[in-house]
Design a protein around this ligand. Structure first.
Ligand SMILES: NCc1[nH]cc(CCC(=O)O)c1CC(=O)O
Ligand SMILES: [Mg+2]
Length: 361
């Protein structure tokens, strides 16, 4: 007889007569599947129980850190409308991205702050092989090779008018812009970018970029399409950060970015980009568009990313600074919402702070 069997046998002994079954109080009413038998709070009772039943987990590997890159040596410059966010020169960027990698943040997304003198109507600087962002890509791939580098493909940092495409008589030209976007993407690929992320919302750009990359031997460069990108008021602080706000002036992007009123249209945008060869899809902004995160993930089963944009960040920070929201909890909660909606990764300016917090536990 094994040791294990002994207590079992003991348990089979008859109950002491002082505790007969009929002494148990009979329930007044028994309705299975109803209160009071069913109590949802049972599973929320303790930390260990809540951890056990948690449906989603936020991990550093869910985060992509968007960074503003500027000219200069070892300089950082705060962005006033995004408290806690700095523009970084390339040497500062190397250090910061190294830190991001140590925290387990898989990738960064680069956004250049282009000196005004280099902006033009035709955005020639966008495909200069030695422009700021291409130098940043080269430096990162040489010095922090294990962190993924994602780069925006759009002309707004480079145009004197602040639009994502070329203009004629007030109209944003689609097909002419495609040629420039292709050159821009190729220059980034030559510099060593891992993922190009067209954020311009011109029609047909994903297919044209895929074709051009493959024709030049860049078949390993992935395309993250900003497929469902809305003409949003939440981009304001970003335009401050990259210095495109003054260029854009009173202009808006409603002839190419999507109308916030539309949801089905976002699925069509995604379907086209999937057919054209997108490897990953993005919904942008994030919090006001969680329905689209859910629908896009369900419809395409592709890696689906969401961008918690500058205005969402500014909104959180403004309330945190005033003491109206609890920093420790609200940042993680806002990201958990994206995970629950089905996002595979979130672009967030809070990536470093949140990854540090997750590491501390
Ligand atoms: N095409 C450029 C671009 N890429 C990312 C953002 C916004 C990101 C943010 O607000 O954080 C924008 C701004 C815009 O479309 O006007
Ligand atoms: Mg499209």
């Amino acid at each position: 007889m094994t040791d294990r069997a002994a207590p079992r046998k003991a348990a089979l002994r008859p109950l002491p007569s002082s505790n007969p079954p009929e002494a148990l109080p009979a329930p007044k009413s028994f309705e299975p599947g109803q209160f009071p038998q069913v109590r949802m709070r049972r599973n929320r009772r303790t930390d260990w129980l809540r951890a056990l039943v948690a449906e989603n987990k936020l991990d550093a590997s869910d985060l992509i850190w968007p960074v503003f890159v500027m000219e200069g040596d070892k300089v950082r410059e705060p962005v006033p409308s995004m408290p806690g966010v700095d523009r970084l020169s390339i040497p500062a960027l190397i250090d910061a991205v190294g830190h991001a990698g140590e925290l387990g943040v898989p990738a960064v997304a680069l956004f250049p702050v282009v000196p005004p003198a280099l902006k033009s109507a035709a955005a020639e600087e966008a495909w200069n092989p030695d422009n700021l962002v291409n130098r940043a890509i080269r430096a990162l791939k040489a010095q922090v090779p294990d962190v993924g580098v994602i780069c925006d493909v759009a002309l707004d940092p480079y145009t004197s008018h602040g639009h994502d495409g070329l203009i004629e008589d007030g109209e944003i030209l689609n097909d002419v812009t495609l040629d420039v976007l292709v050159r821009q993407a190729l220059a980034q690929a030559e510099a060593g970018v891992d993922v190009v992320a067209p954020s311009d919302m011109m029609d047909g750009r994903v297919g044209r970029i895929r074709q051009a990359l493959d024709a030049r031997g860049h078949d390993k460069v992935a395309i993250l399409s900003y497929a469902a990108k809305y003409a949003s008021a939440f981009y304001g602080p970003f335009r401050d950060a990259v210095g495109s706000k003054a260029n854009l002036g009173a202009g808006d992007k409603r002839t190419y970015q999507m109308d916030p009123a539309n949801g089905d249209e976002a699925l069509r945008e995604c379907a086209l980009d999937v057919a054209e060869g997108a490897d990953m899809l993005m919904v942008k902004p994030g919090m006001p568009y969680l329905d689209l995160v859910w629908r896009v993930k369900q419809a395409f089963s592709l890696p689906t990313f969401v961008y918690q944009v500058s205005g969402e960040y500014a909104m959180l920070m403004a309330a945190i600074e005033r003491g109206w929201l609890d920093r420790d909890r609200v940042l993680v909660e806002s990201l958990m919402g994206f995970k629950r909606a089905g996002a595979d990764a979130v672009l967030t300016y809070t990536a470093i702070e949140v990854a540090e917090r997750l590491k501390k536990g």
